[in-house]
Design a protein around this ligand. Structure first.
Ligand code: 6PG
Length: 247
């Protein structure tokens, strides 16, 4: 794993930096493998990135979109991560419908839908039980409690290592999420983190020692590239770590 940390002066600059890195990774994947498998994050931070991607002129037919986690609601629900990305980007460009692989949430049974998505991933990548597919690019956010995707502190989802997709939960509400081993298979994993409220969790995630079960973003140690893209409001806390190289 190679880890790089970049701190930008504000959120606008952070989004600009993320756009440049994402475009570079997309073009590299298409050049090397003919297509790019891109996993989107939910929450609020990535929305301006998705809006910026909608302004790009890319070979959309060579991009396949997945989600790293989803609230257990339909895509039309205001909380839906898929709904947010469709409104900000995917429905605003000529994106082939078959290339948008939303997490199913209609079975009224989160575990059944988690298994359905797992089966879809296995079919798309041609991997069998016990194997983990390698996504080209995985976007992540981090909550102020140190969670990422829907891998929340002290939850059972953190222990699932033999599946691709599992059921997470936040305040008793079910969510579908990539598992830690699936994320860690990624060729390139990019965290986008903004806001001073993220400082305490960042302090623990980057500390020499801390409990990853309490700060699950610590579990993210991908076999490929790991990028932390932060705005100054969040990233300033890392400047006290003299063992970190911050660009
Ligand atoms: C979600 C996300 C979640 C998010 C973090 C950060 O479904 O909410 O996948 O992991 O990335 O909570 O959210 P913000 O970007 O809104 O701070």
């Amino acid at each position: 794993m190679s880890r790089q940390i970049k701190v930008y002066q504000d959120k606008v600059a952070l989004v600009g930096g993320a756009l440049g890195l994402v475009l570079e990774q997309i073009k590299q994947a298409i050049a090397q493998r003919g297509q790019c498998s891109l996993v989107l994050a939910g929450g609020s931070t990535p929305k301006p990135l998705y809006e910026a991607l909608a302004q790009q002129d890319l070979p959309w037919e060579k991009l396949h979109i997945f989600w790293g986690d989803e609230r257990y609601v339909p895509p039309t629900h205001p909380d839906s991560n898929e709904g947010m990305a469709r409104e900000a980007w995917l429905d605003a460009v000529d994106f082939p419908a078959a290339n948008i692989h939303g997490m199913p949430t209609s079975a009224q049974d989160p575990q059944k839908d988690a298994s359905r998505y797992e089966a879809e991933l296995r079919e798309f990548f041609g991997v069998s039980a016990g194997e983990f597919p390698v996504f080209d690019l995985i976007l992540l956010g981090m909550g102020d409690d140190g969670h990422t995707a829907s891998l929340f502190p002290q939850t059972a989802a953190l222990e699932v290592c033999d599946r691709l997709i599992t059921v997470g939960e936040k305040s008793g509400q079910p969510r579908l999420t990539f598992t830690i081993p699936l994320i860690n298979q990624g060729r390139c994993v990019i965290f986008m983190v903004a806001g001073a409220n993220k400082q305490p969790a960042l302090q623990q995630v980057f500390a020499e020692t801390a409990d990853p079960v309490a700060y699950p973003s610590r579990f993210i140690q991908p076999q490929g590239e790991l990028w932390w893209l932060l705005d100054e409001a969040a990233g300033t806390v890392l400047k006290s770590f003299n063992n970190l190289v911050i660009e």
